[in-house]
Design a protein around this ligand. Structure first.
Ligand code: AMP
Length: 194
């Protein structure tokens, strides 16, 4: 199994590059943001609560997120058509990273690498405002973007140090052509697989 985390601030291109990695390496996509947006769209009690937090640019509580990932891992680890997982937007706190290590061990798996997309902050804001026009995500407005970037720095960035301690952190420049960025990521993954 090949298990990867695609990491970086909001607007770094995690969704775009996840899709390419999924196709390139036959991985299951596990995006906590997408799972939450599906709950919001279905107006479940969790979705209603989560929407308020998401629109404020804050993090949904760890216990809720970890439960969601646990369920998805249990279902998808039975799939015979995948060769691993790509975690997108998760883990976002050190507590989530610790829980993920435990969950993977329970399924006799481990994390292979964290791929971090490095993008300057002014470029992130430009991209997120453009995405707001194209996709209409309610958390892509200017005030929420600012808060999401602050949340990333305070709560999520320490997760990179967690994987660096395990020698699993790889940083890639996330600016340029989408395909060129993918080639950089692919080069790292090819190296890990050997
Ligand atoms: P994303 O699509 O990954 O940018 O996620 C959108 C929003 O969903 C985030 O700003 C958070 O409010 C929430 N969210 C997604 N993933 C997580 C997570 N792993 N932990 C906490 N909140 C999350």
């Amino acid at each position: 199994m090949l298990n990867l985390i695609l990491f970086g601030p909001p607007g770094a291109g995690k969704g775009t590059q996840s899709e390419k990695l999924i196709n390139g390496f036959q991985l299951a996509h596990l995006s906590t943001g997408n799972i939450l947006r599906a709950e919001v769209a279905a107006q479940t009690p969790l979705g209603v609560e989560a929407k308020k937090i998401m629109d404020a640019g804050k993090l949904v509580p760890d216990t809720i997120i970890i439960g969601m990932v646990e369920r998805r891992l249990r279902e998808d680890s039975k799939r015979s058509d995948i060769k691993g997982f790509i975690f997108d937007g998760f883990p976002r706190t050190v507590a989530q990273a610790e829980a993920l290590d435990k969950m993977l061990a329970e399924h006799e798996m481990s994390m292979d690498a964290m791929l971090m997309l490095d993008v300057p902050e002014n470029e992130l804001v430009t991209r997120l405002l453009k995405r707001a026009e194209l996709q209409g995500r309610t958390d892509d407005n200017e005030a929420t973007i600012k808060q999401r970037l602050a949340t990333y720095k305070e709560e999520t960035l320490p997760v990179a140090a967690y994987y660096q301690q395990q020698n699993k952190l790889h940083t890639v420049e996330g600016v340029g052509e989408i395909q060129a960025i993918y080639e950089r990521l692919k080069g790292i993954v090819d190296g890990i697989k050997q």
